[in-house]
Design a protein around this ligand. Structure first.
Ligand code: NAD
Ligand code: TYD
Length: 339
């Protein structure tokens, strides 16, 4: 059997990094290429355990750089592309939308061109439930794959734009694609600008935790390993051209999330500090995962087991996140929160 080549973009980031490790371990018969620009959100120290494996390869490149991406595809002739690379933080998109358009929209279009040129077997585009906009607090309403796209933040607008380009390359050129739209991920190697790792790291350091507005906004939480398994399934079994939502009835208010972490770590709720709300803050996201379940996916974590495992991981891997929050991150934090 010929070896398959899988290009994973953004494999030095949070979800892409977990996915690269998952694939390198699970498929010794595949060559896994991690392509990443190593922005503030990317780091390779997470791959120490796999970097000497024969089926792991790293390429430093910018997905929006046509001159670098096209020759790479021509040389390597990838079979599969799993596309994670993106600017991913809503707050950063509110202060600096331009880089979101360049990376998320232009970068995706360059990859699609390259994939079309070499005739790949499947392009999986990893998107977000945020492209659907927001739900109200009625707990019986969910996003489905039929929900119209109504993105509210510059981040989600750039992701929706990339989704539409992926769809267009399928419709116009017949490129084999799937789009996945997942809810909020959490787990090991989550960059500490996002709510859960920010809360864990600050509570462990007895620092105040900034909660936007009244803390009643709701997110649907998905453990990153369950997400990796979903993408693996879609890559191999997804019906060409289809969209799959990934999420799993793990809705919590932000305040519930923060209080749960504080309680597990045995600290005081006095650490909670309500701060100015995020501009255009989406009220609620929640996913109906029926379509993906029918394909054969089932999450293995509940929020309770997943958050316990995640906190344990942050306790055991302090040096990874301490090295992040001691650098340029400090400037980001001060500017973002002025606390
Ligand atoms: P992340 O910010 O942790 O990682 C992004 C990675 O992309 C980093 O390694 C970064 O260096 C790389 N990158 C950025 N610009 C690049 C460029 N121009 N060229 C090459 N590499 C570049 O992001 P994440 O949280 O792992 O998210 C991965 C994907 O999943 C994104 O597409 C995001 O929109 C989507 N997603 C994330 C979540 C979540 O909860 N984190 C939820 C839904 C969807
Ligand atoms: P985040 O982790 O940034 O993910 P997203 O905006 O993509 O959902 O935020 C999750 C929720 O937590 C969101 O409702 C905003 C809120 N939040 C805070 O209350 N305080 C914070 O410091 C951050 C980063 C987020």
């Amino acid at each position: 059997m010929t070896r398959k080549k899988v290009l994973v973009t953004g494999g030095a980031g949070f979800i892409g990094g977990n996915f690269v490790q998952y694939m390198v371990d699970k498929y010794p018969q595949y060559d896994i290429y991690n392509l990443d620009l190593l922005t503030y959100a990317g780091d390779l120290t997470k791959h120490r355990d796999i970097e000497t494996k024969e089926n792991y390869h790293f390429v430093k490149a910018d997905i929006a750089d046509h001159e670098a991406i096209i020759p790479l595809f021509e040389k390597e002739k990838f079979d599969f592309v799993v596309h994670f690379a993106a600017e991913s933080h809503v707050d950063r998109s509110i202060t600096d939308p331009g880089v979101f358009v360049r990376t998320n929209v232009l970068g995706t279009q360059v990859l699609l061109d390259a994939a079309k040129q070499v005739g790949i077997t499947k392009f999986v585009h990893v998107s977000t439930d945020e492209v659907y906009g927001e739900l109200d607090f009625d707990p019986t309403t969910f996003f489905t794959e039929e929900t119209p796209l109504q993105p509210n933040s510059p981040y989600s607008a750039s992701k929706a734009s990339s989704d539409l380009l992926v769809r267009a390359y399928h419709e116009t050129y017949g490129l084999p694609i799937n789009i996945t739209r997942c809810s909020n991920n959490y787990g090991p190697y989550h960059f500490p600008e996002k709510l859960i790792p920010l809360t864990i790291s600050r509570v462990l350091n007895d620092q105040k935790v900034p909660v936007y507005g009244d803390g009643k906004n709701i997110r649907d939480w998905l453990h990153v390993i369950d997400h990796c398994a979903a993408i693996d399934l879609v890559l191999h079994e997804g019906v060409n051209g289809e969209v799959y939502n990934v999420g799993g009835h793990n809705e919590r208010t932000n305040l519930e999330v923060v209080k749960t972490i504080i309680s597990i770590l045995g600290k005081s709720e006095d650490l909670i500090e309500f701060v100015k709300d995020r501009l255009g803050h989406d009220k609620r996201y929640a996913i109906d995962p029926t379509k993906l379940e029918q394909l054969g996916w089932k999450p293995t974590y509940t929020f309770e087991t997943g958050i316990a495992q995640t906190i344990e991981w942050y306790l055991d891997n302090k040096e990874w996140w301490e090295q992040i929050i001691s650098g340029e991150y400090q400037n980001y934090f001060e500017k973002q929160y002025s606390m």
